[in-house]
Design a protein around this ligand. Structure first.
Ligand SMILES: Nc1ncnc2c1ncn2[C@@H]1O[C@H](COP(=O)(O)OP(=O)(O)OP(=O)(O)O)[C@@H](O)[C@H]1O
Length: 310
């Protein structure tokens, strides 16, 4: 059973089409990076998944539960961090967790709160009023609230926006840990290097439509256009070495690039053959690896005008 599935999901606001014919498939246990330019329809999609707003057309299911009719059951198994989490500012972090935990009937709540404050790095500040928290601390508390019910699915709407580097890093580590515990993470974010670091699959929406849904490495390679590129670091790389690499079967082209040698290849597995050939020819190879385009490059390429798939 898929963690999230939508079919023809659509939301209109009068003449404005916020989400159009969206078919999403989120397999269980993965981190799914949900991307798109401002106003593309990400929050609207999440609001429909959580049952906060009703679709104009189409359907959405979470762990097999229908988002229109079973949203109470969905809320029990889904942790949700909104873009701007709301708290009771006069209560402490712990007090807020107690309140939200009782609301959803969390068992052994005291122990769970201690554990969660530690998970999100707020253990020293749990007794302070939330009104005194920084933006980053509120985000951390928001994640703790989302995790209260030990969810199977976690939906995070821009969890690290406005966080300092340590804060973003900590949240990424929490996400990685949850993934290792088989929690599915659906992550909407504009911070593409983070998404690249933690996601297995990316879905990209533009003007309400899904234009890409692919495993991230496959997506990055596809936007390179043609062939994978191997990057070699070899300070004394001579023209004779260049000719040698060119002759290897499966090599497309060899170019010097800012002190590195870029080799286009049919398959990244050719890195080993290239390495052996160079070492046998007396060329000292300091490093050799597949050069991956960044998610930012790939994102900008596909979201540029006129690039709608399917
Ligand atoms: N309640 C509403 N009434 C009218 N239009 C709305 C409403 N909510 C969203 N929209 C419009 O729907 C479109 C999609 O908005 P949405 O907030 O889903 O985008 P987003 O991808 O989450 O954007 P961002 O990255 O800026 O958060 C936008 O054009 C927005 O103005």
């Amino acid at each position: 059973m898929n963690a999230i599935e939508t079919h023809g999901l659509t939301k209109d606001y009068g003449n404005l089409v916020a989400v159009k014919d969206l078919d999403l498939t989120v397999k269980p246990g993965i981190v799914y990076g949900f991307l798109g330019p401002n106003g593309a329809g990400k929050s609207t999609t999440i609001n429909m998944l959580m049952g906060f707003i009703r679709p104009t057309a189409g359907s959405a299911s979470i762990m097999g539960l229908d988002a229109k009719t079973q949203h109470l059951e969905i809320k029990k198994i889904t942790g949700y961090l909104p873009e701007r989490p709301a708290f009771y500012d006069d209560l402490s972090g712990r007090g807020n967790l107690e309140y939200f935990g009782r609301l959803i009937g969390v068992e052994e709540l005291d122990g769970r709160i201690v554990e969660l404050l530690k998970t999100v790095g707020l253990e020293g500040r749990g007794n302070d009023r939330v009104g005194t928290y920084s933006h980053g601390m509120r985000q951390r508390l928001g994640i703790a609230v989302a995790l209260l019910g030990s969810p199977k699915l976690l939906i995070l709407d821009e969890p690290t926006t406005g966080l300092d580097p340590q804060g973003s890093h900590d949240i990424r580590e929490v996400i990685k840990k949850l993934k290792s515990e088989n929690v599915t993470i659906f992550l909407s974010s504009h911070i593409l290097h983070e998404v690249q670091d933690i996601s297995d699959v990316v879905g990209i929406v533009k003007k309400g439509r899904l234009i890409v849904e692919r495993p991230i490495e496959e997506f990055l390679r596809s936007t390179e256009g043609n062939m994978p590129v191997i990057e070699i670091m070899a300070p004394r790389f001579e023209d004779a070495h260049l000719d040698l690499v060119k002759k290897i079967k499966g090599v497309g082209g060899v170019t010097r690039n800012n002190g590195f040698i870029d080799v286009t290849v049919e398959s990244p597995a050719l890195a080993e053959d290239i390495n052996i050939a160079l070492v046998n020819a007396g060329c000292r190879v300091r490093g050799i690896r597949e050069k991956m385009p960044t998610l930012e490059d790939a994102f900008l390429k596909v979201t540029a005008e006129g690039n709608v798939e399917g």
